[in-house]
Design a protein around this ligand. Structure first.
Ligand code: TRP
Length: 335
């Protein structure tokens, strides 16, 4: 067996990827591609748990796969695929449904939050974490990089995997660990620097920098960023200075400079106006090659299809035998 750890990352094709997603997550994923065996899955089945416009969902799914590649996810190093292309996920979800107590799902905080905001709640919304468990355990993943909000779902995945192993009296599933990314860059909203930059608010003007934003728009968003009434350009955890601290943090993350170097770059700034323009320029520079690569990928749909098919084939080669074994263990006959 390989020594390398298996990592499974899932990302929903709803909303636009923004700078916070890139600096806080995707950039780390790109960097660790050689150390681990990585699965990157665009979880379109999960998006169906809330109402979606079909054409938009389809476009965003392809677009997200292209953005991930443009950011540096290399389909020859990692397995990048679209969840619905690999039917094992939905099948394994059914099998796991049959051993998952309803109460475990009703307790999930995300279900409670999301269902409170919906008029009519689909069964899929309740079942969402079981599908997520299927995603993870089909690949014997050891690690699942997630934000705080998804930790409970990975813990549920552990419970489901353990329950399966217990009922069928064998160590069949690997018990995965949630991995909350190390410090990384925590990017806050430009309009509200006390709250994390959010994917669901990414369409709100002035809140986020989306990875595909035009330079003009990036500059405009930074110029409107909330700061304070002072003029001191310093790293600080004083809530009063959260805006400036966020701008400096973004600059530090995109330039990969030290705090001292960052401050030196702004030593001659005449106030926050200069700071904002400097940060905007650094971000524009970082996003330029990503946007160019994205446009190339989207201009060649046949090539994008080919890459997605290659990813799905790779994912199937691992998950189909696992699913077949799972069916056999549970007493199903194989065709
Ligand atoms: N629920 C995750 C989110 O919204 C997405 C997801 C689906 C996922 N399947 C996964 C994350 C498997 C990690 C592993 O962020």
């Amino acid at each position: 067996m390989s020594e390398k750890r298996v990592v499974f990352s899932g990302i929903q094709p709803t909303g636009n990827l923004h700078l916070g997603n890139y600096l806080g997550a995707v950039k780390n994923w790109v960097a660790r591609q050689d150390e681990k065996i990585n699965y990157f899955c665009v979880v379109d089945l999960h998006s169906l748990t809330l109402p979606q416009d079909p054409e938009t969902l389809r476009t965003q799914t392809r677009s997200l796969a292209a953005v991930l590649m443009a950011c540096g996810i290399d389909p020859d190093k990692s397995t990048l695929f679209i969840q619905s292309h690999v039917t094992a996920h939905a099948e394994a979800c059914w099998l796991l449904n049959c051993i998952t107590p309803l109460g475990w799902l009703q307790r999930m905080t995300q279900f409670k939050d999301k269902s409170a905001r919906q008029e009519s709640i689909g069964t899929g919304l309740l079942d969402y974490p079981v599908l997520q468990a299927a995603d993870i355990i089909l690949y014997d993943a050891h690690e699942v990089p997630v934000g705080e909000d998804q930790k409970q779902h990975v813990e549920l995945t552990r419970d489901i995997a353990q329950r399966f192993n217990h009922i069928y009296e064998q160590e069949f599933f690997v018990i995965p660990e949630p991995v909350i990314p190390e410090v990384g860059a925590r990017v806050m909203g430009l309009d509200d620097p006390m709250a994390k930059m959010s994917k669901s608010l990414a369409h709100t003007r002035g809140h986020a920098i989306r990875l595909l934003d035009e330079p003009k728009e990036i500059l405009r968003s930074f110029k409107k960023a909330v700061t304070d009434s002072g003029n001191e350009i310093v790293f600080s955890d004083d809530p009063e200075k959260a805006g400036v601290n966020n701008l400096l943090g973004i600059y530090k993350a995109v330039t990969e400079k030290s705090e001292a170097e960052v401050l030196a770059d702004f030593a001659d700034a005449r106030g926050y106006g200069d700071l904002k323009v400097g940060v905007a320029e650094a971000v524009i520079e970082t996003l330029k090659p990503i946007q160019m690569r994205y446009n190339e990928l989207m201009a060649d749909p046949a090539e994008l299809d080919r890459i997605m098919k290659q990813g799905a084939d790779q994912a199937r080669a691992v998950s189909t035998p696992k699913l077949d074994e799972m069916k056999h263990i549970m007493g199903l006959t194989l065709p």
